[in-house]
Unconditional design. Structure first.
Length: 119
């Protein structure tokens, strides 16, 4: 099971942008897909985006379509979540994870990176 590490979180004003990164620690990313899951205080972790690692096919939750872009660089063994037009409701700890072909099961999780959207 691969251990993933997120980075790139921080404090940003509403309407601002951040790009999160996710990479495995000391090994190659071997899952079929990578996904991003924010967890806001007092709420359950939710799905926002996933991408198939080999083909690069993205899928988004309706809440982030047009604002978030998921991508990956296979040569750098790193996945990214570019977040634009951020809203206070986007405030959460963002986790990346490795998933299977169905996109229903994720078994490799990072420690999370905090994203705070506030003026």
């Amino acid at each position: 099971q691969v251990q993933l590490q997120e980075s790139g979180g921080g404090l940003v004003q509403p309407g601002g942008s951040l790009t999160l990164s996710c990479a495995p620690s000391g090994s190659a990313f071997t899952n079929y897909r990578m996904g991003w899951f924010p967890q806001a205080p007092g709420k359950e972790r939710e799905f926002v985006a996933t991408i198939s690692w080999r083909l690069g096919q993205p899928l988004y939750a309706d809440s982030v379509k047009g604002r978030f872009t998921i991508s990956r660089d296979r040569a750098k063994n790193t996945g990214y979540l570019q977040m634009n037009n951020l809203k206070p409701d986007d405030t959460a700890v963002y986790y990346c994870a490795g998933g299977d072909t169905t996109g229903k099961y994720y078994n490799s999780w990072g420690q999370g990176t905090q994203v705070t959207v506030s003026s």
